[in-house]
Design a protein around this ligand. Structure first.
Ligand code: ADP
Length: 391
């Protein structure tokens, strides 16, 4: 099955064409466009290029297109991308202004450009469909809840992949199979010991997710991808009382407060140096105290959420690091795992240092919690989910 994964940004369109066969898949073509103003033109140009380059004889060979949609109003899951999905995306444009409009436009355009292909939307919130009302509810008036304000959780595709891969690596094929079929069958009972994982997706944006028997129990991210850990430019958790106070005291508008909290906060805001942790690390090594504070805050927040989930899970079998910082940041991983031996978390310093973006177990042999680095491959994960849904 040929599956096109369409990655739509506010001014970009990138694609990868996968040939899928079971769980495996290979990229047979990829491309992208920047400074996009007209999605119709670039999508049609990409399809023409695939034919011209001999990758496909006709666009009809592309059986499916997958979209990693972020957040829909009253809709989640891995679903056929139809008018209902477009309406759900448009309903939450105000929450995800950079992501929802391009996906709504892109889906509408693919319906025209590839009328015979099946279009599938995988919401980033999908993995959190089975979290409990107690964990997803904010203590707000019902009129706020009625307009959809609750915790959703994001990076679902990445964390679900971690749920599956960590189960495989820990010899829990029973749980891995539950994860593979999760969007088809829903959560399933597990016989014997539960399998408990905490997944740390640490990248340009970051989140921590607790997973029991292949199903997410919660995320550090809440209503929007703005909450939880400090992100590259985004604030992470912030007391709701801080926004009216800052607006009144600094004399700034709501739009300006929002801009500062999304563009000038996080690692950039704390360090004053950069939104890239490599630059922040370098500055910290030269003695910049603000850069050190940014790193310490990120680590503090990861440990805060990891501790919360380990407690809620009633123990832990695997602690997983993924995405840019999680895969490459040996120092960050070491700081997160420091002094946690009482909780069964024993990092092997040599294995941790040696691991750079390769799948590896970095705990000591006698650690009761396996600490694992698993590289993210979000496009392949999406192509797999599309394949599973359609076959
Ligand atoms: P995104 O969330 O934008 O998809 P990535 O998962 O690619 O991002 O992660 C980007 C982050 O990974 C950046 O903050 C970057 O500094 C960090 N990163 C990349 N390479 C390294 C490295 N060698 N050491 C530490 N951090 C790294």
């Amino acid at each position: 099955m040929l599956v096109l994964v369409a990655n739509l940004g506010s001014t970009s369109f990138k694609y990868r064409l996968f040939r899928m066969d079971g769980n495996g898949g290979e990229v047979i073509a990829k491309g992208g466009y920047e400074r996009v103003t007209d999605y119709a033109a670039v999508i049609d140009d990409a399809l023409t290029a695939l034919q011209r380059d001999g990758v496909i004889a006709s666009p009809d060979e592309i059986e499916a297109v997958g979209f990693k949609t972020v957040l829909g109003k009253d809709l989640s899951g891995c679903v056929m991308a139809d008018q209902q999905v477009i309406a759900a995306l448009e309903g939450f444009t105000a929450v995800a202004p950079a992501h929802n409009p391009p996906y709504a436009a892109g889906i509408a355009q693919f319906e025209k450009s590839l009328p015979n292909a099946r279009l599938v939307a995988l919401f980033e919130t999908a993995f959190y469909q089975w979290t409990s009302p107690a964990s997803y509810s904010y203590a707000i008036p019902s009129v706020w809840r009625d307009i959809g304000i609750r915790r959703y959780g994001f990076h679902g595709a990445s964390h679900k992949f971690i749920a599956e891969r960590s189960a495989e690596l820990c010899g829990r094929e029973d749980v891995a199979e539950i994860v593979r079929r999760l969007y088809l069958d829903g959560p399933q009972p597990v016989e014997g010991k539960p399998f408990r994982v905490i997944s740390c997706h640490l990248g340009g944006s970051s989140s921590v997710t607790g997973i029991r028997n292949g199903v997410a129990i919660g995320s550090s991210m809440g209503f929007s991808p703005q909450s939880g850990l400090p992100q590259n430019n985004r604030v992470g958790d912030l007391d709701s009382g801080a926004i009216p106070y800052a607006m009144r005291t600094l004399g700034i508008s709501l739009d300006e407060a929002e801009r500062q909290l999304t563009k000038e906060s996080g690692l950039l805001g704390l360090s004053g140096v950069s939104n890239d942790i490599r630059d922040v690390n370098a500055a910290a090594l030269e003695g910049n105290p603000d850069a050190q504070l940014a790193i310490d805050s990120l680590v503090h927040s990861i440990r805060h959420w990891t501790g919360a989930f380990q407690f809620e899970l009633g123990g832990l079998d695997a602690l997983v690091f993924t995405a840019g910082i999680g895969e490459n940041g040996a120092a960050t991983r070491a700081a997160v795992c420091k002094d946690l031996e009482a909780f069964g978390i024993h990092l092997d310093p040599a294995k941790n240092e040696a691991c750079r973006a390769t799948e590896s177990v970095i705990s000591t042999d006698d650690s009761s919690v396996k600490i694992i680095v698993i590289p993210a491959n979000e496009e392949l994960v999406l192509a797999r989910e599309v394949y599973r849904k359609l076959s």
